[in-house]
Structures are given as structure tokens and as C-alpha cells.
Design a protein around this ligand. Sequence first.
Ligand SMILES: [Zn+2]
Length: 146
Amino acid sequence: MNKQLNTETMKTTKRNKMKEWAEFHKMPALNMNDVTYKLRRRVMAFIYEAKKLADFDRVDIRITENSKDGCLGLAAMAGGKSKGHAILIPIESVNMNDDKLRHIVFHELLHATRNINHDDNCPLMQPALNSKTNRELVHNTFVKYF
Ligand SMILES: [Zn+2]
């Protein structure tokens, strides 16, 4: 089997796994098209912002057509069977303002890349979205986990 075919197979397997995982959580991922790429770019901008603050593994991001039970984002925990590195963000979160979306993305990044659990005493890792969130608060809290 040639190398290129192997790489293609790996990509397909990974894509299917991601799709199955999203469907299992009743948050089906949107097909990747121009509109979805544009939505995902907004999320990726915050991943790049986080990359400037800390070093973490590559994460797969998918935008989902709906949230489930008011879930603003979902991450495969780094310590779990899926080994993390995957985050689902529903469209309604992508449509939030910068402060809220940044908060959601950084929160999910800590689940997915550092295996951090919820913490009621942490302004970033408390389960509900912090209404007083802002860039400085999110950045300062995020770096403490590295
Ligand atoms: Zn969470």
C-alpha cells in the first residue's frame, strides 16, 4: 500500500470517528462547506490566540447544527478513551460575542488538552458561562493550568 493511500485512509477514519462522536452526543457536526469553514474560522482565531499563551496538542474543531441541553460546547476529555483533541461548538455559540465565544473555546480547550474538570471556584472552569467574562480574565486563568 502506498504512503498516500495510507494517509487518506487515516484521514477518513479520523473524520468518521469525529462524526460518530458528534452524533453520539446528539450534536451532529455540520458538513464542511464555505459557510461552515467561515464559522469554524471564528473559533480557530481563538485557538490561535490560546496558542500564543501556552503549548498544547492539535485539536479538531467541528461546528454543530445544534446544542444539546443548553450545552455551549463539548470536548472529548484528554484522559478519556478518545484521548481528547476534539471540540464541538454549536452554531449558537459561534454567534455569540467575542468575550463569550473566547470563554467557551478556552474552557473546552482545557477539557480537551489538559483533562481539566469543572471547578465551581474557577472563573473559567465553572460549568456555567461566566457573565462577567472578558479577555483578560480568560487569558490569566487559562495560563494557570500550564
Ligand atoms: Zn465544561
